[in-house]
Structures are given as C-alpha cells and as structure tokens.
Design a protein around this ligand. Structure first.
Ligand code: ATP
Ligand code: MG
Length: 414
C-alpha cells in the first residue's frame, strides 16, 4: 500500500537521526545567541506572493520547486522553500523596522519539489541567521564569522572551504549584465533550454546553472570583478579585510552566484568534498533589495542558511542520552513495588526503565537492548528484607542493597 510509505523525498527522523539533528540545531542556536541572534519562527506556509515576489519568477525555486496550493478559502499559499523572505515579511508585519538592527536565528523545515538524492530532499531542514538593518560590510563579516564559528562548534570547519564572491551593487550588475548577455547571445545555440530562458529574463542566473554544457560556457565567461563600481569594490575589500582581521580563511570564487534574485554584494558558501554532489553546506549573502521587493522601504540585510541534514551527515557521533537504570520485578507480586520504585527514581533525576513483562531473563534482555547501565532486580525475598539486588550490567557484579540506600548506591552509575 503506497500510503504506508512516506511521500517521496521526505524522511522520518528516528531517534538516532533526530539526536544528530537536535545536536546540530542546538549547538548552532547556542553559538548564535552568543552573537546576539535570538531564535524566532515564522509560519511554515505564507502567501505565495511572499516568495514569488522576492525569489523572482525565473528562479529554480519559484519556477519549479514550490509546493503551492489554494487553500479551502481560496488563498494562494506556499510551503516555505526558504526562510529569508518569511523573516523579512515578519519584520514588516510586526513593525520591527522601528528597532533595527534585528538579529534572528531560526531552525525548521523547508519544502522544495526537487529530485531526491543524497543530501537533497523535498522536506529538508535549515538553520539560518538574518541580520537586518546593517548596511556596512561589518555585517557581512559578522554573519560569515558566525557561520564559521558554528561549523567549528560542530567540529567540521576544517572539512569545509569558505568560497566568497561579490555580486556588486545595482550599477555593477547592470554593467555586467549587458556584457553577459552579449557573451551568451553569441553562444546561444550551445546553451541549455533553461539557460536560454534565463538569458532573456535573468542572465546572471546562467552562472548558477547545473547543466554540464552551460558550465563549460560559464567557465570562460567574462568575470564580474572587471565590472564592479569603485563603491562595490570598496565594499568587498572591507569584507575581506574584516575576515582577514579575525583569521577566517576564504577562497575568492568569481563564479559564485546565488540562485535567488535579491542578492547583492557578498555571496558566500561553505562547501565540502565529503558529501558528493551536494557539496554546499551553508550558503548566504547580502539581500539589501529584498524588503523593497515586498513593497516595504529599502532595508539592508545579510544572512545565510545551512542544511541540517547535510551538516548532520558530517558531524561525529553524538552521545546518546544517559544510560538508564532498568527496574526488573521478578514475579507479579513485585510489579507494583517496581512501578513505585521506577517513578521515585525518575523523580530523583535518574533515567529509569520498567521491564514490563516476561520472565527475569526476558526482562534482563530488554535492559541490555536499551543499553541500561545497571539493573535493580526486585524479587520477593529481597523485598521482604526491604532490599533489592543491584547488578552492574557492564561487569556482571551484583550486590544486595537496602531500598533506603538505593539512590545513593545508584548515583555511582550515573
Ligand atoms: P543547491 O545548489 O544545492 O540546490 P541552493 O542554492 O538551492 O542549493 P540554498 O537555497 O542556498 O540552496 O539553501 C541553503 C542550504 O540549504 C544549502 O546549502 C543546503 O545545505 C540546504 N539545502 C537546500 N536545498 C536542499 C534540499 N533540497 N535538501 C537538503 N538540503 C538542502
Ligand atoms: Mg536548489
């Protein structure tokens, strides 16, 4: 039955996977808070316009990846494919322009109708940060430094490379756009069909094409650097000087563009060779035009998002929760005592598991399977003496312990 399978491109997060997931998000949040970025959440769906207007009709996301539908009231809504547009919408909706700059951290699911493969899902999860209201290059440096710090905190910074580029300001883009159009128009026949469309609507996006043939053309395309205005050059120089000052290594990649319409100045990605084709773990840039595209006043912003699944694949094993005390009643008579004891241990702060049924052997097997550290065996004889048998499940050693001294005795196994 098809309905017993999850929808293609979606995954259950069972405890082992979820522990890695929470570890990534939890470390990231703690480090973000140390930079003054506070956690917030926007709804998982928004009016379709929120994404359509900002990401641009020609972006891959809007043109083929969005989960959009009319709800029962006829509203056109979309499951969020990314969160920057939603955060900017929230800044406007909540009147937060009064208190700029604002710094936010988020963590949550995103949805894109893509071809599922390793590191690419239809429901995936991102952590991300947004710094809204800072127009100077120190803002770019701060969010990049925060990204690097989080990767370091996860123990994977040395498996990544920071790639950096500038998309300049509007004047730079206009000049470069004209040159690119000439270059690609002269090679029109060699372009993929997607890129022929992009050529008319947003030629910069061809630089981001994943098509092999396109990529060969892109490799020889004129470079953005030559068309930057002096102001855009200064901005970029200040960003790299800031990164140098705080010792963050980067590689300038003149071909790096972001797939979305609203980016300017810094574009950056932390990439890795460890995940095969899906090598970008964290990506972001400056989006000064975004809030204006939504119909708000011009408001600068810079931020990034990182895929939790991709990060989780790279982190080392995450320690499981504390090993439990297994309480094992022998015979039906001891079960109620065992229940009471298990509850009192839990309230005293122990992780405790009550073996529900079966003979002693079966219940001890379960204790083993859940990785319990120690078993407290309650037999009728011991109970009659106000005691229990405590067995160290790692060594097999056991000792009778009076119930009144039990918690003190168990403390050594924590
Ligand atoms: P790609 O080039 O891999 O499609 P993108 O440019 O679409 O990436 P962004 O929109 O910048 O990606 O998203 C930021 C990060 O979110 C990516 O670097 C990646 O780690 C993660 N991500 C994006 N799409 C997916 C997906 N479908 N499945 C899993 N992770 C994803
Ligand atoms: Mg994509």
């Amino acid at each position: 039955m098809k309905s017993l399978q999850p929808v293609r491109g979606t995954h259950d997060l069972l405890p082992d996977a979820f522990r890695r997931h929470r570890h990534v998000a939890g470390r990231a949040k703690a480090i973000a808070e140390a930079y003054g970025y506070l956690e917030m959440a926007t709804p998982i769906f928004e009016f379709t316009d929120v994404f359509k207007r900002t990401l641009g009709d020609t972006s891959d996301v809007v043109s083929k990846e969005m989960y959009s539908f009319a709800d029962r009231g006829g509203e056109e809504v979309t499951l969020r494919p990314e969160n920057t547009a939603g955060v900017c919408r929230a800044v406007m909706s909540n009147g937060l322009r009064q208190s700029l700059p604002v710094k936010f951290f988020y963590d949550g699911p995103m949805f894109r109708y893509e071809r599922p493969q390793k590191g690419r899902q239809r429901q995936f999860h991102q952590i991300g940060v947004e710094l809204i209201g800072v127009e100077g290059p120190l803002g770019d440096v701060e969010v990049i430094a925060l990204g690097a710090h989080i990767l370091k905190g996860l123990g994977i910074l040395d498996k990544t490379t920071l790639e950096l580029n500038t998309l300049g300001d509007q004047d730079s883009r206009a000049a470069y756009r004209a040159v690119l159009v000439d270059y690609f128009t002269a090679r029109h026949a060699q372009l993929s069909e997607d890129s022929r469309n992009r050529l008319e609507r947003n030629p910069l996006r061809i630089l981001d094409s994943k098509d092999e043939g396109d990529r060969r053309l892109v490799a020889d395309a004129p470079s953005f650097q030559e068309y930057l205005t002096p102001a855009a050059k200064d901005f970029f120089a200040a960003v790299t000087a800031g990164l140098d000052a705080v010792g963050i290594a980067y590689r300038i990649n003149p071909r790096l563009v972001r797939g979305l319409d609203y980016y300017c100045h810094s574009a950056f990605e932390f990439t890795t060779t460890e995940l095969g084709a899906q090598g970008t773990v964290l990506a972001g840039g400056r989006y000064d035009g975004l809030i204006e595209m939504m119909g708000g006043p011009a408001t600068p912003g810079v931020g990034w998002a990182a895929g939790i699944e991709r990060l989780a694949m790279m982190v080392a094993d995450v320690a499981p929760p504390a090993r439990a005390v297994a309480v094992v009643p022998v015979g039906v008579a001891a079960e109620l005592e065992a229940l009471k004891l298990t509850q009192s241990l839990r309230h005293a702060g122990f992780a405790a598991d009550l073996g529900y049924s079966g003979n002693l052997g079966r219940r001890l097997k379960r204790a083993d399977r859940i990785g319990a550290r120690v078993a407290v065996i309650l037999g009728d004889d011991e109970l009659a003496r106000g005691a229990a048998m405590v067995r160290d499940l790692d060594t097999g050693d056991q000792a009778e312990v009076s119930l009144s001294a039990l918690q003190d005795h168990l403390a050594r196994f924590r």
